[in-house]
Design a protein around this ligand. Structure first.
Ligand code: BGC
Ligand code: CA
Length: 372
């Protein structure tokens, strides 16, 4: 985020504080005042930080539609107890819609009870509550992406790479020796991505051999440590590193850099997310590919839904799955797409909307299509 954008974001938050202070516990008098409270699981998460920045921009854009918007942010530092208190605080400050990125996606009951008592709708995002919890009340929604799709796409990227580069099988035993870097235990995007990437490779006739896996909680530094251990246990046998997100793929690369491996001795690395750092690594051919987790599309869908929930207008235009869910599609990114995505970002430093049709793939969005 550039300096200007950071300042703009700061102003939105400050405006929010002023507005909230003046309205206290009361519900907003006017339904065109959208007071959004955003609670997210941890401020150190690269992907979530950018997703929240996108959301700030999206909600601010509605000012042009004669809607007064304000936003309050709370990060829970990885504690569900802290997040429960923060949600109470946001409701007490007068929020009339909440966006919640749960710390523990299996434990939303206290937050749901608080919201229901105060009649404040919740849009959960990124960390998907279990289906029964989302049915606890009819003003609960979820915006995210289908985890299996990202695993399948990462698997397809691996299949394409292995098919076109026989040298990836460094020891020429006809099998690909791989390791996995996994996100948090219990997160839908960790377990499901891992299962699907492996299944997709197998279904496409790739012989694979798992050498190890490390749990690195989405985190680059933890991934570096896990990777250092796996390298020491397997000497030079690792041919492919599958990471549940870009930050962990970059952590794996860091480990090899730390050990001064030459480029020709490196395995192939694949990530998921398409964060700015991830895209740069794909462009520079450090990462062989990634799968774009459409934060811009998710933020846009959340803002649209939040506005509709508060103003009562536009709900009929929103397409839900199972009445309460909005899933944005993933798409595959190799060097060519990474270059385009980064160029596009440079030419419009404001948030660029990516949920688009890449010329090479049909990634459909429920918000229309854009071409590069
Ligand atoms: C992203 C990760 C992120 C996690 C946080 C996942 O969808 O791929 O990068 O750390 O969500 O919940
Ligand atoms: Ca091999």
């Amino acid at each position: 985020m550039g300096m200007k954008r950071m300042m703009a974001a700061g102003i939105v938050v400050c405006m929010g504080v002023q507005l909230f202070c003046s309205c206290g516990k009361e519900q907003p008098k006017e339904e065109r005042q959208v007071h959004m409270g955003v609670a997210y699981y941890d401020q150190s998460d690269t992907y979530i930080n950018t997703l929240v920045a996108c959301l700030k921009d999206e909600i601010q854009d509605y000012e042009e539609d004669n809607v007064e918007t304000a936003l309050l942010l709370r990060s829970a530092a990885g504690s569900q107890r802290i997040q429960n208190d923060q949600v109470k605080e946001l409701i007490d400050a007068g929020c009339n819609v909440l966006c919640v990125n749960l710390v523990d996606r299996a434990d939303p009951s206290e937050i749901i009870d608080l919201a229901r008592e105060n009649d404040v709708p919740i849009i959960f995002f990124n960390r998907e509550p279990v289906a029964e919890d989302l049915r606890q009340w009819d003003r609960l929604y979820y915006v995210g992406a289908v985890a299996a799709q990202s695993g399948i796409m990462q698997g397809e990227l691996a299949v394409e790479l292995i098919g076109s580069n026989p040298s990836i099988d460094r020891n020429k035993d006809g099998k690909i020796q791989y390791v996995v870097l996994e996100g948090e235990a219990g997160h839908q995007d960790a377990i499901i991505r891992t299962e699907n990437v492996v299944d997709t490779m197998k279904q496409n006739g790739i012989e694979i051999e798992k050498l190890g896996n490390g749990m690195a909680n989405w985190n680059r530094a933890q991934a570096q440590n896990q990777m250092l251990q796996m390298i020491s246990q397997n000497q030079n046998k690792i041919e492919l590193v599958l990471a549940n997100n870009d930050d962990m793929a970059l952590g794996a690369i860091d480990a090899y850099e730390k050990l001064n491996y030459t480029e020709s001795a490196l395995p192939v690395f694949l990530g998921i997310d398409g964060t700015d750092v991830g895209l740069e690594a794909v462009r520079d051919q450090k990462l062989a590919g990634t799968v774009y987790n459409d934060k811009e599309g998710q933020a846009e869908a959340m803002a649209e839904l939040a506005i509709a929930l508060v103003t009562g207008e536009g709900m009929e235009k929103i397409e839900f799955e199972n009445e309460r869910y909005i899933y944005l599609p993933y798409f595959k990114v190799t060097q060519r797409e990474a270059e385009k995505l980064l160029k596009r970002r440079q030419s419009s430093p404001a948030i660029f909307s990516v949920h688009c049709q890449l010329s090479s793939q049909k990634a459909e969005s429920n918000q229309g299509e854009y071409n590069f």
